[in-house]
Design a protein around this ligand. Structure first.
Ligand code: ATP
Length: 219
């Protein structure tokens, strides 16, 4: 029997659509942190960006198709079942209640999302519920603005074992082995131009997009 506390990760996003940059990062972060499960959670109404191009249900269907039977990854629709804006702090509160106080709860975000963290709803409260792990993403290497440096000051650890010492409250920067310069924006642009997205998304996602005619430019 496993003696150590459970390790649960959360990777939120618009997933408009899910792509191999998300999925390979999810698999590698699952491995690097020895997670029991990584919840991939599509946002209903992303508070900091415009309306997504396809419905939340379609984004969820694409996410499920993308994950398939990948061990340790789960498509979690809790934010789609909640009314109003999708605040990560509410999601972390729910996960903490479900998994209990000793579970190591880890919020995973890419470097680009991290750069906007101080604009999120109550960012300072995140650390009461979870650790924060930021993953490097090609094309995003800006140095941290002062309010962000302040937010993570005294929380930074430099390895996974140190992060897992306690249930929440620490910050770790991770460089995963496969860094992929794939973005959902690029995929939407290509589809709107009638171009293929082969090997940017898993085959079942490509098939669903084609089958439902998603992201095509409407005249
Ligand atoms: P868009 O281009 O529409 O802004 P995106 O590709 O950045 O979308 P999101 O759904 O906004 O995708 O991202 C969800 C999370 O996954 C964010 O934390 C983001 O930083 C991270 N992420 C997205 N793409 C990658 C990638 N290629 N490598 C690592 N992390 C990524």
């Amino acid at each position: 029997m496993r003696q150590q506390a459970q390790r649960i990760g959360m990777l939120g996003g618009t997933f408009d659509p899910i792509h191999l940059g998300h999925l390979r990062s999810a698999v590698e972060v699952h491995e690097a942190l020895s997670l029991d499960q990584l919840h991939m959670i599509p946002a209903q109404q992303p508070p900091l960006r415009g309306q997504p191009q396809v419905s939340p249900e379609q984004r969820l269907a694409l996410l499920k198709a993308g994950i398939g039977d990948t061990p340790g990854l789960v498509a979690d629709d809790r934010e789609l079942r909640r009314d109003g804006p999708s605040y990560s702090i509410d999601t972390l509160t729910e996960l903490r209640t479900e998994y209990g106080e000793q579970t190591r709860l880890i919020m995973v975000i890419g470097h680009d999302a991290f750069m906007r963290l101080t604009h999120w709803h109550q960012p300072e409260r995140l650390f009461a519920f979870a650790h924060l792990v930021v993953i490097a993403r090609p094309g995003y290497s800006d140095s941290l603005p002062a309010p962000l440096t302040e937010l993570v000051a005294h929380r930074e650890v430099d390895n996974v074992a140190a992060l897992m010492q306690r249930p929440s409250g620490s910050f770790l920067s991770l460089e995963l082995p496969s860094r992929m310069a794939i973005s959902a924006t690029y995929i939407r642009e290509r589809l709107a131009q009638g171009k293929n997205v082969r090997y940017l998304v898993p085959p079942p996602v490509e098939q669903t997009i084609t089958h439902l005619g998603l992201y095509q430019k409407r005249e």
